[in-house]
Design a protein around this ligand. Structure first.
Ligand code: ATP
Length: 359
């Protein structure tokens, strides 16, 4: 049980011209028992943040606090944290049971019998009892990751840190393990910080997600809040699949006008100045197909990708490509001219330069 606070974290690597600021003034906290996911594109500083929390990297500036206590100067094993890595990081010469017991031996004064008991009950929880005497080389990727999870859980730490733990697994195993980790975390109620570059993983697993870009926090909030109310264009494009469509529009009286595009100004954007350009964002799943010549724009269907329940249709509108998620495989046909429309509450408007949401 613990609250984790990251307060004004800054981390730089290198010196002089080679200096990189991997994390800039990051303040973020995870409540007791919360599942917080750090998400963002490669190189945005997710792993560096996690490593600073774990004590595997020193911090340049700022404080890491666990339950109010500053842990900056504590060694990793003194932080009451357990970490799970993408590459499992199991000791190859030890059996699964020995791998799980090793951390206990290093960080607790439990007797050998007590350690065995803890390993056994954790193995039952993860359904890996029959793997305990095996060495990592004879385990599949999914089994190794279960053992690595077991090694973290068995220690009963205050905080779990997980760095892309599912990236080396195939798609179907990834989705099973996603649910399992979520359930485990729910049952164990251990404060967890989970790093991924996969927005679907972030959306489905997190209590709250923190979206990073170039070392800076863009938004932190519940997944659906970030989806429906992105604070800027970067978050809007990063969260949601396929990515949000964006077009440049200018307000002309009561309309937003763009290339091949006209839409009434939504009521909540009424205060925006006329003659000013904005970026209009609309999610593929918020668009409906209407008769050509009606709606906000008319375009030609270039490609349809059927997915079963839904399809992704790619339309050319003027010079732009607009992605639309349609129902079933037959909603539109390649080569067809169709109109598109959408409800005003699904329209996002961003400042053209800063990308900040303005309505
Ligand atoms: P990925 O998803 O690719 O792992 P990430 O979001 O976890 O990316 P980090 O690994 O934290 O990003 O890296 C952030 C930045 O810091 C990158 O520019 C990276 O090159 C740099 N960086 C990370 N570790 C070091 C290091 N030990 N020395 C120098 N630069 C580093």
């Amino acid at each position: 049980m613990a609250r984790l606070e990251i307060d004004g974290l800054r981390k730089t690597f290198g010196r002089g011209e080679d200096r990189i600021e991997a994390v800039s003034d990051l303040s973020l906290s995870a409540a007791d028992g919360e599942f917080l996911v750090l998400v963002g594109p490669s190189g945005c500083g997710k792993s560096t943040t996690l490593n600073c929390v774990a004590g595997l990297e020193s911090v340049t500036d700022g404080e890491i606090r666990i339950d109010g206590e500053v842990v900056n100067d504590r060694r990793p094993e003194e932080r009451d944290i357990a970490m799970v890595f993408q590459n499992y990081a199991l000791y190859p010469h030890m059996t699964a049971a020995e791998n799980m017991a090793f951390g206990l031996k290093m960080t607790t004064d439990l007797s050998a019998a007590e350690r065995r008991e803890r390993v056994k009950s954790t193995a039952e929880l993860l359904d890996i009892g029959e793997l305990l005497e095996k060495k990592p080389r004879s385990l599949s990727g999914g089994q190794k990751q279960r053992v690595a999870l077991g090694r973290a859980i068995v220690r009963d730490p205050a905080v779990f840190l997980m760095d892309e733990p599912l990236s080396n697994l195939d798609a179907s195993l990834r989705s099973t393990m996603r649910t399992e980790i979520q359930q485990l975390q729910d049952d164990l109620e251990v404060t967890t910080v989970y790093v991924t570059h996969d927005q679907t993983e972030a959306m489905t697993m997190a209590d709250r997600i923190a979206i990073l870009r170039e070392g800076k926090l863009q938004q932190v909030g519940e997944p659906l809040d970030c989806y429906y109310r992105p604070k800027n264009e970067f978050v809007a494009q990063f969260i949601g699949e396929p990515a949000m469509n964006t077009v440049r529009v200018t307000r002309r009286g009561d309309s937003l006008v763009g290339d091949g595009f006209e839409y009434p100004v939504p009521q909540r954007a009424d205060g925006l100045p006329s003659g000013e350009p904005f970026t209009l964002g609309i999610r593929p799943e918020a668009i409906e197909i209407v008769e050509a010549g009606t709606g906000a724009a008319t375009g030609t269907v270039e490609v349809v990708e059927p997915l079963g329940e839904t399809s992704h249709a790619y339309l050319t509108v003027a010079d732009a490509t607009v992605t639309v998620t349609t129902d079933g495989p037959d909603a539109v046909e390649e080569g067809e001219r169709v109109g598109i429309d959408f409800p005003p509450q699904r329209v996002h408007l961003f400042d053209l330069d800063s990308g900040a949401a303005v309505a």
